[in-house]
Design a protein around this ligand. Structure first.
Ligand code: SF4
Length: 371
């Protein structure tokens, strides 16, 4: 009898059509991408580009900017040209800014069917302009701004209402031969949101942008997003994600990347395997884990470091990791690739782990292990 292999993924990706958001492919076999949105006034070009640079450095792949005024629309061309990552213009209420964003060379435009008044008679022109420029459109339905007609029909923003709104809007574009579309159906309740995306995924083959809208402050929003995205991505649903937090956008990217890494949808980087500590702990595990995490911050190679409080699970986890420590009796046994390489006093555990981690990382880079 052979030992069964450990599955490394949860489900095959849903088959979606691929669109191109600037340099980033979304859908099809493209990796699930992570995006965020700037919080600066878009018309403040310097501040917006500075925030985009910070987002890019943190791993953001696509960025969205709001465009509520003519000054913002006027800034789009410079921002789109100077940004290192594709820029999506986020348009509500005013169809004229959709044309401005397309003309400005934005990588895509997000429209909200519930908020674009006089939109329907403009679809033909928008479809033509977007098609000529090769600019995809995201149909971004949001529970908080659902089309009044559907709100009346369903009584509230149910999954069915969100999906009907999105598909209706998509059908208007399809009538004009335009299908360079991705869709989102966001709700602040992960259960409603998951059900909406499941229905949408079954009803079309457009790539899907996942989001729990208005998910809340960092802690709550992180949990809601992780639960909802985890459910959908583990079923193969979702092509790009945006975590919405009442927190700086870089935090959204950290959470988004961690969600993808946790699901093996992105190469894992530094991973700290640390125990929760208990009555058996013989070191301050929290302090040790925090100090090791801080010392290795920014490491891009897929390094697994085990920080364990005692000899119950310590040696086992430390042996399985690239690097680890099993602590006890004021000392730490340091493991590298499953072997004990030395035993150091407790006061030297952190510096030894960091030293060894840097050596392993250097070797991994030399060996060409992708970061
Ligand atoms: Fe407790 Fe030891 Fe397990 Fe940590 S490794 S939780 S200290 S038993």
């Amino acid at each position: 009898l052979g030992i069964p292999s450990v599955p490394t993924k949860l489900a095959d990706r849903r088959v979606s059509r691929k669109i191109q958001v600037g340099t980033v492919a979304v859908g099809g076999d493209a990796p699930v991408s992570v995006q965020s949105m700037t919080t600066t006034r878009t018309s403040d070009i310097g501040a917006t580009l500075q925030q985009i640079a910070e987002l890019t450095a943190s791993g953001c792949q696509i960025v969205r900017v709001a465009c509520p005024t003519q000054d913002d629309a006027d800034a789009l061309a410079t921002i789109a040209r100077k940004s290192q990552i594709p820029v999506i213009a986020d348009i509500h209420f005013q169809p004229k800014y959709v044309f401005a964003a397309i003309d400005a060379g934005c990588a895509a435009v997000r429209v909200n069917p519930g908020n674009i008044k006089q939109f329907d008679d403009k679809v033909k022109e928008i479809a033509r302009a977007a098609n000529d420029a090769g600019t995809p459109i995201r149909i971004g339905v949001n529970a908080g701004s659902l089309d009044a007609r559907l709100l009346q029909k369903y009584g509230k923003a149910t999954p069915e209402a969100l999906v009907e709104s999105a598909l209706w809007e998509a059908s208007l574009f399809e009538e004009h031969g335009f299908s360079d579309i991705k869709i989102s159906v966001k709700h602040n309740d992960p259960v409603v949101m998951v059900n909406a995306y499941r229905q949408l995924a079954a009803a079309c083959d457009y790539p899907l942008h996942l989001g729990v809208t208005e998910a809340g402050p960092a802690f709550q929003g992180t949990i809601k997003s992780a639960v909802a995205f985890g459910a959908l991505l583990s079923e193969g649903i979702g092509d790009t994600i945006r975590v919405s937090l009442s927190a700086p956008p870089v935090e959204e990217i950290k959470v988004g990347l961690q969600i993808l890494e946790s699901l093996n949808l992105k190469q894992r980087r530094l991973e700290i395997v640390s125990c929760p500590s208990c009555g058996r702990a013989q070191v301050d595990v929290y302090k040790l884990a925090e100090e090791v995490t801080a010392g290795l911050d920014g490491m891009e190679v897929p390094l697994r470091v085990a920080v364990m409080g005692c000899v119950v699970n310590g040696p086992g986890e430390a042996r399985e990791a690239d690097l680890g420590v099993a602590s006890g009796n004021g000392k730490g046994q340091i493991f590298v690739k499953g072997e004990v390489i030395k035993t150091v006093p407790e006061s030297k555990i952190v510096e030894t782990l960091i030293e060894e981690a840097l050596k392993i990382a250097e070797q991994m880079e030399k060996d060409g292990i992708p970061s």
